[in-house]
Structures are given as structure tokens and as C-alpha cells.
Design a protein around this ligand. Structure first.
Ligand SMILES: Cc1cn([C@H]2C[C@H](O)[C@@H](COP(=O)(O)OP(=O)(O)OP(=O)(O)O)O2)c(=O)[nH]c1=O
Length: 193
């Protein structure tokens, strides 16, 4: 079987991928993620995903398949990354309140020691229900906002904040599984199942 490498330290991505038979090696990319908010969010997500995959691919030499991803939340052309503290988490959740936003994950797949690289993105629409300041504060008190783009986790307690999702669910959690399988089959002759 071809060796698959997940270039990520995200426990969510790891969990999403470990369900499948491909037994990925997990290697953290350690890149410093700089978000330039003047850029188009899809391009930001794809270029960060590529940087992560490329950084890890340099450690491999035998045609290993390296997967990198970057998830960000996008509201009216503004990019929301991970909040640095509770105050920032509160203001992020307040702006997401009672309306629709988009979650974009850039996905990069590289074959080590070849020129083969595929870079795409997936976009999912998420609508928050109306939340009182009290409810937002209670959610922040759970600590779940930490290390999450947009300050929430739909797969966790943050489920209660969400009224509607249109599109790929795993994309919101951090790795668009359907798109990943489609690209792996098409370009790398690998299947998740
Ligand atoms: C919106 C949302 C984001 N997230 C998480 C997924 C990502 O881990 C994180 C966005 O951060 P990323 O910078 O995409 O990833 P990461 O720093 O956690 O991991 P790495 O760069 O090593 O791959 O937000 C959720 O877990 N649930 C959600 O509902």
C-alpha cells in the first residue's frame, strides 16, 4: 500500500482520517500561519495547506503521498482564524451570531519526489442560531473555542450553536473527506475505503 502522510497536528484531522484503512503517518508541519486578510480566503486556505504539505514532503523521498489542510472561517470577506483569548473568541462568536458564514478548507496533496501536486478547497455554509451574550459566555467557559477557527467546534458542544449546515460536514471539522477521496482516487490511485 502507498504510504500516506497527514501533515497536521490537528487531533480533528487525525480522527477523521484514522477511521479509514490507509493507516496514515502523522507528521506535524510546524509552519507559522500568517493570514493576510486582504487576500481571497480560498487562496489563503489553499496556500497554507500547500505550505504545510510541502514542508512535510521535504522529509520524504519515496513517492509518499502527503496531505495538508487549512481551515478558516469567512464572514463578509473577513477571515477568522483561531482566537488568541476569550475576548477574541467572544467577539468572533458575536459576529457569527444569528447568520450564515462559510467554512473553507484548503486541501493540498503532494507526491514526494515528484512534481505531482493537487491543491483545491471545499466551502461549506454554516448558519448560527440566535445566541444571547449569556449563551456565548457559557460556551466560552467550556474552553472548547481554543485552537478552533471561528472559535467553535461543530463536532463538540458547539453543535448547539448551529442551526443549519449546507455542504460537506467534515469540511467544517477540518478535512473534507469526500473531496479528499475523490482527489486521491483521481490523481494518486488511492481509495480511503
Ligand atoms: C469551524 C471548526 C474548526 N475546527 C478546527 C479544525 C482545525 O484544527 C482548526 C483550524 O486550524 P488549522 O490552522 O486549519 O489547523 P491546525 O492548526 O489545528 O492543525 P495543522 O495546521 O497542524 O493541520 O479549527 C474544528 O475542529 N471544528 C469546527 O467546527
Amino acid at each position: 500500500m502507498k504510504k500516506i502522510v497527514l501533515a497536521s497536528s490537528s487531533p480533528r484531522r487525525k480522527e477523521l482520517l484514522l477511521k479509514y484503512k490507509i493507516q496514515p503517518l502523522i507528521v506535524s508541519s510546524n509552519i507559522s500561519e500568517q493570514i493576510n486578510s486582504n487576500e481571497n480566503p480560498e487562496e489563503v486556505a489553499m496556500s497554507l495547506a500547500y505550505e504545510k504539505a510541502y514542508n512535510v514532503s521535504k522529509k520524504f523521498k519515496n513517492g509518499e503521498i502527503i496531505i495538508g489542510a487549512d481551515t478558516l472561517v469567512c464572514l463578509d470577506e473577513n477571515i477568522l482564524g483561531k482566537p488568541k483569548d476569550e475576548q477574541e473568541a467572544f467577539s468572533m462568536l458575536k459576529t457569527l451570531n444569528n447568520r450564515e458564514h462559510f467554512v473553507i478548507t484548503g486541501l493540498a496533496i503532494i507526491k514526494a519526489n515528484t512534481n505531482l501536486k493537487i491543491i483545491e478547497y471545499e466551502k461549506t455554509a454554516v448558519t448560527f442560531r440566535y445566541l444571547t451574550d449569556e449563551k456565548i459566555k457559557k460556551y466560552i467557559e467550556t474552553g472548547e473555542y481554543k485552537d478552533k477557527a471561528g472559535a467553535y467546534a461543530v463536532q463538540g458542544l458547539g453543535e448547539v450553536l448551529v442551526e443549519k449546515i449546507v455542504g460537506c460536514y467534515s469540511n467544517v471539522v477540518g478535512l473534507p473527506i469526500t473531496k479528499l477521496d475523490t482527489l486521491l482516487e483521481k490523481h494518486f490511485n488511492v481509495s480511503l475505503l
